[in-house]
Design a protein around this ligand. Structure first.
Ligand code: CA
Length: 135
């Protein structure tokens, strides 16, 4: 069973309560939804928080290559817990920790955790027809 919350029109966050490695979670999201969730501002952090039981930790779509989102876009939000990120190349994947209001910590990617996907679809219509592209 999925739990959804609306992010924007045509965009939702989805909590997946099965624990997986970060890269497996990313593949799962890409296969079944759009990608791991991008938490781009405090409002989106709050939406994720609404899905996650307090105290739980969930993978989000941020990783160490310049702290970019799973889709390659830069993260302007920085929401690290105090003293994070803290272990350099040993911890390259990011989880939101809801024992600390969803603040981020870097973890080893081969930790199993529940995670948040998002589903989004951008539909562009032209006179000659419609094309769908994923946001
Ligand atoms: Ca860490």
């Amino acid at each position: 069973m999925f739990i959804f919350t609306q992010v924007r029109p045509n965009e939702t966050f989805v909590l997946i309560n099965t624990t997986m490695f970060w890269t497996v979670a990313q593949n799962y999201c890409r296969e079944h939804h759009t990608d791991l969730a991008m938490v781009r501002n405090i409002e989106e952090n709050q939406m994720v928080q609404n899905l996650v039981p307090s105290g739980d930790r969930v993978w989000i779509g941020l990783h160490r290559e310049g702290w970019k989102w799973s889709d390659g876009s830069d993260s302007s939000l920085r929401n690290w817990r105090p003293n994070e990120p803290n272990r350099g190349p040993y911890e390259s994947c990011v989880a939101a920790d809801f024992s600390a209001d969803g603040q981020w910590e870097d973890l080893e990617c081969n930790v199993k955790s529940a995670f948040i996907c998002y589903s989004g679809e951008h539909i562009v219509c032209f006179i000659c027809g419609c094309s769908k592209s994923q946001m």
